[in-house]
Write a protein that binds this ligand. Structure first.
Ligand code: GLU
Ligand code: ZN
Length: 302
């Protein structure tokens, strides 16, 4: 695999899974990655992570794109759909397999639940029948450390904390960890801005970048918006879809919750004015250094 040579020093992306409509939590992430890219003169790509059909909702991908447009968040270039990228994932997996780094695993959920890190059972006792997942070996350079754009220094030993991890699932679908790295390499992504819940995946992704001989992008993890019960806003927690007619209110709330302190005169300005202010005044160090923000606290603004 080769990375496309970056023509600008910054290429960012927003990578929603089309499991439902855009809600305040996903707008918050989209806005932060957009502002960080534009404030650095970068490109901003959208990738639809439609990798897991059973979890997806018909029409959600289009509705997410229309909602980004309604919020004046234009992306660069064509939208990439992971459902069209199977060939690239197959090749990447083959590359790992040819390097002797993969093996099949048929451990069941119950067994895996008892382990904190995978114990390599199926490496020592290869499964005989099908179906099996494919794991990549966490071996060699597994000590990951990086400076998160918002949360500061991070460290993880992938072998110790996760162990050999799944790159193709038992049901035959490619795992998020593999697909996301293959696509970030193919699209030449230099900066990833996304939710704190994915910080947990960042060590495995750094490790995979290394296996493919690539420099990992800079990564920044934002607080995740949660409901009163502390659950991440999502379709499952009945997060309300955004009203595109209230684009400026939604954006004002998100800017505020990103710690950017938009002046209150901006409340009634059109979305495009708010966004220009956001680009001109974007400061990474103002983004809250925490895992969660209560969505309720945002509703009292504007
Ligand atoms: N598709 C993932 C999600 O919606 C985001 C993946 C990423 O940004 O790496 O949570
Ligand atoms: Zn196993």
């Amino acid at each position: 695999m080769t990375a496309s040579a970056p023509t600008t020093p910054y290429i960012g992306r927003f990578a929603p899974s089309p499991t439902g409509e855009l809600h305040l939590g996903s707008l918050y992430t989209a806005l932060a990655s957009y502002l960080d890219a534009r404030a650095h003169g970068g490109r901003w790509l959208v990738r639809m992570e439609d990798l897991d059909p059973p979890r997806e909702q018909a029409g959600a991908a289009d509705s997410i794109l229309r909602c980004l447009e309604a919020h004046h968040l234009p992306w660069d270039g064509p939208v990439v759909y992971q459902s069209q990228r199977q060939q690239a994932y197959r090749q990447a997996l083959q590359q790992l397999t040819e390097a002797g780094l993969t093996y099949p695993c048929d451990c069941n959920r119950q067994r895996l639940k008892q382990l904190s890190a995978y114990d390599g059972h199926c490496l020592r006792h290869p499964p005989q029948g099908q179906p099996a997942a494919i794991r990549v070996r966490a071996t060699g350079n597994c000590q990951i450390s990086f400076e998160d754009l918002f949360q500061g220094p991070q460290q993880e030993d992938v072998a110790e904390r996760v162990g050999d991890f799944v790159v193709r699932r038992k049901d035959g679908l490619f795992a998020y960890q593999l697909a996301v790295v293959v696509d970030d390499i193919a699209q030449g992504i230099t900066h990833i801005v996304r939710g704190y819940d994915l910080l947990d995946s960042s060590g495995r992704q750094h490790y995979l970048f290394g296996l493919f001989g690539q420099q990992p992008p800079h990564m920044g993890h934002l607080p995740v918006l949660v409901n009163d019960d502390g659950q991440k806003l999502s379709k499952q927690t009945f997060a309300e879809p955004l009203d595109p007619g209230l684009a400026n209110v939604n954006l004002f709330r998100c800017l505020h919750a990103l710690g950017q302190h938009p002046p209150s005169e901006l409340r009634h300005e059109p979305a495009s004015t708010l966004l220009q202010w956001g680009i001109d005044h974007w400061l990474r160090q103002r983004v809250p250094h925490q895992a969660h923000l209560y969505a309720r606290d945002m509703m009292t603004l504007a």
